[in-house]
Design a protein around this ligand. Structure first.
Ligand SMILES: [Zn+2]
Length: 737
């Protein structure tokens, strides 16, 4: 590989703090816009270069105008939304450079111009007049940072190492030590049109510079060759990271260790105990989904002497605090000396204090016309011994929040090693958090799905109705715990869900362990210990529960003499009745701790009301389950609504209908069939027979059952409790009286 001029002191293999990925052969086969996408993906794939959703890149490309065919200069710049790691061509906005220059003239002529002025914000809407080739991608507020830098290629990134420098007390002086004269410094200014012009002015005054450190924000650098621009980005980051490394404080980092971490087992026990209560406290306005992180770097921070002081200072980079709020809640708990109950009390008091502080911050910084105060609860909570608990509207969002706070910790570590960390002034933080443009972005977000912010546990999710239910509720935005006595089948459904829905942002490439929007867990509901283990896993994965849907059940046919052996009878009741009771009994403790409303759906059967030859134990157990629904509805009210779902026989896709059972049913009902017919054809015959006994005359499906389970677990029937909903095609004998 050839060493280009801008790699400077480093050969590609000499980078230690970033990953060098450029491949000339790959790049050679790409058009200029594809090369920009390639460069962006390379930068985005390394979390040390830029974080999820942060940073943007651009290239100025001469290409034919679609209308006139004449060559025009077009700015291709990463648009609003998405992130560099996964961006494709459609994530880039394209704008005529000559029109952007007209916008600059207009802005400069505006007497009301200036940072944070309405004139500046008006420019964002004006980008639409500069769109090239009807490209529908909205331009980001960072567009002028690229447009007015007079070089072909520009990278703007948020590397932890550079933000550490940008957020260190003596940052500007340190910058000169590290980069000499080739990099300039611009003090903090909210990104926008005016910052773009400030960059242009700085470059005009100091034509030799290759990049600019944006105070308390990040890095911007450029080149007329795209590979050189990429290599320059890496080199500048590498230099900052090496400077931090040289000043690393080792065991003295963050002032040294203040408390020891808990053992893994004890830690998970405490977390599982505390998380539901905490979720209830932070979900006072709207429900949140949690992500726990307890790895070395996070524990190193939360267990340190300086953690309380630094946490209180808040985060610096605007990217960070839009997710993490201006500061996290740090709870001063002694993991070795204090009890779990004491922790819950400290969390409660800490949250009260945090909300008061947040309201005071809002009142002190608000301006005429500021958007209304948002949810004052923290999104990041730090507990010594345990680690970090991050909250978001979905699993994916809470993971990203966690990821951003990781970045914030790295920034503080670097800044403290270099000098002393300084956070952004509150008013500046407020002016980003409550920026009209950010508010508009929030309003443009698609409405949340019906089961968003909810955790639904489906027991029996490995196959049949349970699997259909898991798919159904996941489609409505729920985080789904797929539980089954067959752990492999449970994991299978969970990975199928993630394949369909995607893992969400912040999973791949992130250092945070844990799960995506679905998780598979093995459970035997006849054993209380196993159910407890399941619920601990639920708490650790998402923070708590909202709904439990039990579809697990067993059907044991009588023997040839029509008898059911005692142990088979016992097993039938253990699964179909006692198991549901144990689940309800354990889950109610978690619901009570959360203090949030929930729903429980038990699956019974039309056989509960229609006695049928050949299913004695099953039918009796389902009749008991029907009454269990009513008893539990009374026991768990008013916090949890309990209802039952009574399916009629579902032949298609049910794990209860292997070929032998289909054949024996066909024989039982005297339905003719050929021995050589395939199983699907036999199922058609049986399903058709069952359908003819109903009022609607059509076979019931797994999806019909899943639809009813979804209705009962969500908020569509909020006044229904203690009821059994039959999904049986209309079976007269099963009418409830
Ligand atoms: Zn930025």
């Amino acid at each position: 590989m050839t060493r280009s001029r801008d790699v400077g002191a480093f050969l590609p293999e000499e980078f230690r703090h970033v990953r060098y990925g450029w491949d000339d052969e790959v790049a050679a086969g790409l058009d200029p816009v594809e090369r920009l996408v390639y460069r962006s993906n390379l930068l985005g794939s390394d979390q040390r270069v830029t974080n999820t959703g942060g940073g943007n890149t651009s290239s100025k490309v001469v290409m034919p105008d679609p209308l006139t065919g004449e060559d025009v200069e077009v700015l291709w710049v990463k648009g609003s939304g998405g992130d560099l790691r996964t961006s494709r061509r459609e994530n880039f906005a394209s704008l005529y450079m000559d029109r952007l220059r007209i916008l600059r003239e207009q802005y400069q002529a505006d007497p009301d111009k200036g940072p944070k002025s309405a004139a500046e914000d008006r420019m964002v809407a004006a980008y639409a007049h500069a769109v090239f080739d009807l490209n529908p991608r909205a331009s980001s507020i960072d567009t002028p940072l690229h447009a007015f830098v007079p070089f072909k290629h520009v990278d703007h990134t948020h590397p932890n190492a550079v933000i550490a420098l940008a957020a260190a007390m003596g940052g500007e002086r340190l910058m000169r030590d590290i980069y000499g004269d080739e990099v300039a410094w611009l003090p903090w200014q909210r990104p926008g049109f005016d910052l773009g012009l400030a960059l242009a002015r700085t470059i005009e005054e100091r034509p030799g510079i290759k990049g600019i450190i944006l105070g308390q924000h990040g890095l911007i650098n450029w080149a007329d060759d795209d590979k050189a621009c990429y290599e320059l980005s890496l080199r500048l980051i590498e230099q900052a990271a090496r400077a931090i490394e040289e000043r690393d404080e080792g065991a003295k980092t963050f002032g040294g260790v203040r408390c020891r971490p808990l053992g893994e087992e004890r830690r998970d026990e405490v977390l599982a105990e505390v998380l539901p209560a905490l979720r209830g406290m932070v979900s006072r306005e709207r429900r949140f989904i949690g992500t726990v992180q307890s790895d070395g770097p996070v524990l190193g921070f939360v267990n340190s002497v300086d953690a309380p002081r630094l946490a209180e200072l808040g985060t610096s980079c605007p990217d960070h605090f839009l997710r993490t709020k201006i500061k996290p809640l740090y709870v001063d708990w002694d993991p070795q000396g204090e009890s779990t109950e004491a922790l819950v009390e400290k969390l409660r008091a800490g949250l009260e204090g945090y909300r008061r502080d947040y309201a005071a911050y809002y009142q002190a910084c608000r301006r005429p016309g500021s958007p209304a105060m948002r949810d004052p609860s923290p999104t990041v909570i730090l507990v010594p011994g345990l680690g970090m608990i991050a909250w978001g509207k979905s699993k994916s969002e809470s993971r990203v929040t966690a990821e951003f706070y990781n970045a914030a910790v790295e920034v503080m570590r670097g800044a403290e090693a270099l000098d002393a960390y300084i956070a952004l002034p509150q008013q500046e933080a407020f002016d980003i958090e409550y920026w009209a443009l950010e508010e508009a972005k929030l309003r443009r977000m698609p409405p949340e799905k019906e089961l968003a912010r909810r955790v639904v546990v489906v027991i029996g999710a490995g196959s049949g109705i349970g699997k259909a239910v898991a798919l159904r509720v996941a489609r409505e935005g729920a985080q789904v715990v797929c539980a089954d006595v067959d752990g492999g089948a449970a994991a299978g459904t969970a990975s199928q869900l993630e394949e369909r829905l995607g893992q969400g942002i912040g999973v791949a490439g992130s250092g945070i362990s844990g799960c995506g929007p679905a998780v598979g867990v093995e459970v035997d509901i006849t054993r209380r210990e196993s159910v407890r283990h399941l619920l601990s896993r639920v708490a650790l994965a998402y923070g708590g529960i909202d709904s439990v849907i039990v579809t697990a059940g067993v059907f044991v046919p009588p023997d040839r003499e029509g008898r059911v052996a005692d142990e088979k009878w016992g097993l039938t009741f253990a699964v179909n009745v006692t198991g549901s009771y144990i689940v309800a009994d354990e889950a109610r403790r978690m619901w009570a701790k959360q203090g949030l409303t929930g729903t429980l759906v038990l699956t019974t059967s039309v056989n509960a009301t229609v006695p049928k030859a050949g299913s004695l134990a099953y039918d009796a157990s389902k009749a008991a389950a029907n009454h269990l629904v009513r008893e539990l509805a009374i026991e768990l009210a008013p916090l949890v609504r309990v209802n039952g779902l009574a399916p009629a026989t579902v032949v298609y896709g049910s794990s209860m209908f292997p070929r032998e059972r289909v054949v024996s049913s066909l024989v039982k009902y005297g339905i003719e069939f050929g021995e050589d017919e395939d199983t699907e054809a036999l199922r058609d015959r049986l399903a058709g027979f069952y359908a003819q006994r109903t009022l609607t005359k059509v076979p019931v499906t797994l999806e019909d059952q899943a639809e009813a389970a979804f209705l009962l677990c969500g908020e569509r029937l909020p006044k229904t409790a203690g009821q059994i909903v039959s999904v049986d095609g209309g079976l007269e004998q099963a009418f409830l009286r």
